[in-house]
Design a binder for this molecule. Structure first.
Ligand SMILES: Nc1ncnc2c1ncn2[C@@H]1O[C@H](COP(=O)(O)OP(=O)(O)OP(=O)(O)O)[C@@H](O)[C@H]1O
Length: 393
């Protein structure tokens, strides 16, 4: 139990400046036990979506169906969902124990000893058994967040809804709690919808990521699908760090080989890439992830030689920032590479690694082949950037 259908969910806010479409026709089928992460830039509608699912905000249109039952008009406490907020939202005058028990006392007719048992179990699970008599201001941020999570757990809900629950914690604690939350979710196998700004959380915790922009769902897919097979330019740029490099290009078919022409370089297309873009006009966006940019010997065919702005060696890889036609682009090269600023570096965008988007609609026309276990050579190719004679002048 915990199968959730979100159907045409829409929220329009009205204020003095006019209508704000915060969420526009959001559709999703979420399986029992799935961990879905909602990501997107600030103001894209993540919290509003979550609040409508929780019942804290009335949808303008659409429905929320939990295990076949439409719950759109039900009060939050009758939905069998538990929400965890960024601010923890604990009652300051109550102890941790009272905070955890309060919701159960108010919304169920469970016997006092059953409530006490559930609180004790959840507290032990969250490692706060010793802290139950303390009030929120006597607890650290991480401990308060554990109480808030414990309060959600004791309700034994069908669905956990979490709005940036870790964002007030410092980086180290956030990493630790991320793992704990994942373990907890797997143990309970509870459907979870989790809002975050943090890419690492989205990539590592989720079964599927829902990428939103401007109130609209751009893609709902596994982290690797969103990474390797982005539906459009927005998803391609949003998922992955450092971000994908984009180039505005025009298709020139006047010569023997179809070529994408950028102000600073020309890129000849193989037949199979051309087949994907043919018939979609002449203006495209060429995309390549920094880790797919390859350093090659000077003079290599279909390569370009931009100026290096700066190199950041990080140990196992180095970020090399390149100036192409006055814009900054990134190449992630394997190994500890230091290249003097102002030198040129010859790089290539391997044909099987490029993405091509329609310049008008942003739709992905061509995505790089996703590496899989059968594609050992392609995976091995990821190592190509090490040890090559890179074309530094
Ligand atoms: N109560 C409200 N009244 C009017 N507009 C609102 C209200 N709540 C949200 N909005 C608007 O709806 C849009 C979506 O807001 P929402 O809080 O859902 O975005 P978000 O993706 O969660 O943002 P953030 O990441 O910054 O928290 C924004 O333009 C916001 O200004």
């Amino acid at each position: 139990m915990g199968e959730l259908a979100i159907q045409n969910l829409t929220k329009v806010f009205h204020d003095d400046g006019g209508d704000i479409v915060a969420v526009d026709s959001f559709d999703a089928e979420i399986d029992d036990g799935e961990f879905i992460v909602l990501v997107g830039p600030s103001g894209c509608g993540k919290s509003t979506t979550l609040r409508m699912i929780a019942g804290l905000e009335n949808p303008t249109e659409g429905d929320i169906v939990l295990d076949g039952e439409t719950v759109t008009d039900k009060k939050p406490k009758s939905r069998n969902m538990a929400m965890v907020f960024q601010s923890y939202a604990l009652y300051p005058h109550m102890t941790a124990r009272e905070n955890m028990a309060f919701g159960l006392k108010m919304t169920t007719d469970l016997a006092a000893d059953e409530i006490a048992d559930r609180v004790q179990n959840a507290a032990e699970m969250m490692g706060i058994g010793e802290l139950l008599e303390k009030k929120p201001d006597e607890l650290s941020g991480g401990q308060q967040q554990r109480v808030a999570l414990g309060r959600a757990i004791v309700r034994e809900p069908e669905v956990f809804l979490m709005d940036e629950p870790l964002s007030n914690l410092d980086a180290k604690l956030r990493t630790q709690m991320r793992t704990e939350l994942q373990e907890l979710q797997q143990e309970f196998d509870v459907t979870t919808i989790y809002v975050t700004h943090d890419q690492t959380e989205a990539m590592t915790m989720s079964d599927r990521i829902a990428v939103l922009d401007d109130g609209q769902l751009q893609q709902l897919g596994t982290p690797l699908e969103c990474y390797h097979e982005p539906a459009n330019r927005f998803v391609a740029g949003f998922i992955g760090s450092p971000s994908m490099n984009f180039f505005d290009v025009e298709l020139d078919t006047s010569g023997p080989t179809p070529t994408l022409v950028h102000d600073a370089f020309e890129y000849e297309l193989d037949d199979d890439v051309y087949a994907d873009v043919e018939g979609h006009g002449s203006r495209f966006t060429l995309g390549i992830r920094p880790e797919d940019v390859k350093a090659v010997p000077e003079g290599t065919h279909n390569a370009l030689s931009p100026t290096v702005q700066v190199t950041e060696p990080l140990g196992d890889v180095s970020y090399v920032y390149l100036d192409i036609d006055g814009e900054q682009y990134t190449a992630t090269l394997e190994g500890d590479i230091v290249i003097e600023s102002g030198r040129t570096l010859t790089v290539q965008f391997p044909q099987d690694r490029i993405h091509v988007f329609d310049a008008e609609t942003g739709e992905a026309l061509r995505n790089r082949a996703p590496p899989d276990s059968d594609d050992v050579e392609a995976l091995a190719g990821l190592d190509d950037a090490t040890g090559v004679e890179i074309g530094v002048e």
